[in-house]
Structures are given as C-alpha cells and as structure tokens.
Design a protein around this ligand. Structure first.
Ligand SMILES: [Zn+2]
Length: 279
C-alpha cells in the first residue's frame, strides 16, 4: 500500500456524474429521514471505476495487485454504503440524532461521493476464505472498524476515526512496515487492523508476489549501480526509465520496489564507507 494523490477529475462526463450523485444522495437522505425505502443506484457509481483505475495505475488501493480481466476488481466504498457489520458480522448499532439506537444503515449518502471511492481487488473487498488446511477469512465486506462509535449522519462524519487506512488520506508508511520477505507488520493499531482485515499477510499468493517484486527490484538496482560504476551509458539511460516508473508508484507492489532501491542503496553506501575507512 502506498499513498496516492487522488485529485478531482476535470472532464465533461465527470460533472454529469457528480450532479447525478448529489441529486441521488439528497433523495436518499430525505427518504431515510422520512422512513421511506430507497435503492442505491449501482450503475452510477460503477462509472467512477475508469477514473479510479487511471489514478491508481490500474491497481488495488489496498494491496497493489493489478486489476485486470484475470484479477477483477470492484469500486470499493471506504465507508460501506448499505450497512455496517462488526468483526462478528453482526449489524453494528448506532445512535441516530432523531431515530435513536438503530442498526447502522450504512453511509448511503457517500455511495456516489468521490472521496469515499477506491479501486479494489475482490480479495480485499469481499470476505473469502484463504488457506487450504487451515481456512481463514479475510476481506473487508461491510466491516468498518472505528475508534469509539460509528456515526450515521453527514454532519457527524468529522468526529469519526476509522481504524482502516485510506491511502488517499493517510500516509500508509506511518502505520505499515513492509519487509523484504514479502510480509508486512503494523506500527500502529490502524496498521495492525488494516493488515488483519484485508489479509495482507494471510494471502500466500500476495506475500509471494510482494517478495518477488522486492527481489526483482533488488537485482535491478544492483545491476544499475554496476552500469554506473562501469560507465555503461546506454544501460544507464534504460535504467533511468525503470527508476522513474518505480518512483511513480504505478507498478504493482511499488512499495516493495521502493524498499528494494532503498535497501540496495544503503548497502552500497555502507560498503563505500567501509572501503574508505579500510584505505
Ligand atoms: Zn487488493
């Protein structure tokens, strides 16, 4: 997981979606207050996916797996739109200013809100079992752990503190530490809850893919420094292209590639210092 700058989109089609979303949100809020039924318009928020994939380099916001026809993805609502459940998958109760204590109806007014939408692979977004001999579940589904109580009105949102990391609002590196073997550990409660809920260490294929990304970037960085030392100009120019791609964060598991570059650079610097002292 890496931080992603998610700007507003400036396109004609975009204005159309925003206006429709605002109209529907106002409709849902009025109906909810009047105890009337309403239905989330799935077709509208799915139109956001094109923009989301463009901004996230075609990757899942949480685990950085490439979303493709082989690895399909969803538009993920950071705050669940239809209901909220706890770790036991039972409905979470909330105190509504007018209705009193109710089962949380979900953050339905954010169903079409750009700030609440992320691209996600299905392993992160849906709850599924992983592991064969010892099946364990992971995936977010309608879970949304917070510090204290969940709010259920737009004006109270600023008072709610999520445990999960939204990589467009929080720097994941403050909460998560990735390791060369592909595993990740939590530096904070937010980090630990995020790892557990999305199964970031539980999904073996994911850990393996992160380890491979680290090893490939490690090998590349060592080769790059050899090109620099030997003055191999053509290769150095090629390397720069890949280094820029790594810096951009648009490649799968960019967090591991950046880690590998830092680790190799530190190793080479330490060797250089030792060589100077020995001399
Ligand atoms: Zn994912």
């Amino acid at each position: 997981m890496i931080y992603i700058d998610k700007p507003e989109i400036d396109a004609d089609e975009w204005r159309d979606i925003v206006v429709q979303g605002q109209t529907l949100s106002a409709d849902h809020l009025a109906k909810f207050d009047a105890d009337q039924d309403f239905k989330i318009n799935d077709t509208l928020y799915k139109r956001f996916m094109r923009y989301l994939l463009e901004i996230f380099g075609g990757k899942c916001a949480y685990c950085e797996t490439r979303i493709s026809s082989n690895q399909p993805g969803d538009v993920e609502h950071f705050r669940p739109k239809g209901r909220v459940v706890g770790d036991d998958f039972r409905p979470v109760q909330t105190l509504h200013p007018v209705k009193g204590t109710i089962n949380h109806p979900g953050y339905f007014w954010l169903a079409y809100d750009w700030s609440n939408l992320l691209p996600s692979c299905i392993d992160c977004n849906r709850y599924r079992n992983h592991g064969i001999e010892d099946p364990q579940g992971a995936g977010k589904a309608d879970r949304f752990p917070v510090k204290g109580s969940h709010v259920c009105a737009p004006q109270d949102l600023a008072n709610e503190e999520p445990f999960l990391i939204d990589p467009t609002k929080i720097q994941p590196a403050l909460h998560l530490e990735f390791h060369p073997d592909g595993t990740v550990s939590g530096k904070t409660e937010e980090g630990r809850r995020t790892i557990e809920l999305f199964g970031l260490n539980m999904r073996e294929g994911l850990v393996e893919a992160r380890r491979e990304a680290f090893q490939n970037a490690d090998t590349f960085t060592v080769a790059h420094w050899n090109h620099v030392v030997t003055g191999f100009a053509a290769k150095i120019a090629e390397d720069e292209h890949r280094l820029n791609q790594i810096r951009s964060g648009r490649r799968p598991y960019a967090v591991m590639e950046r880690l590998a570059v830092r680790v190799v650079n530190a190793r080479i610097e330490a060797e250089r210092q030792r060589a100077i002292q020995d001399f």
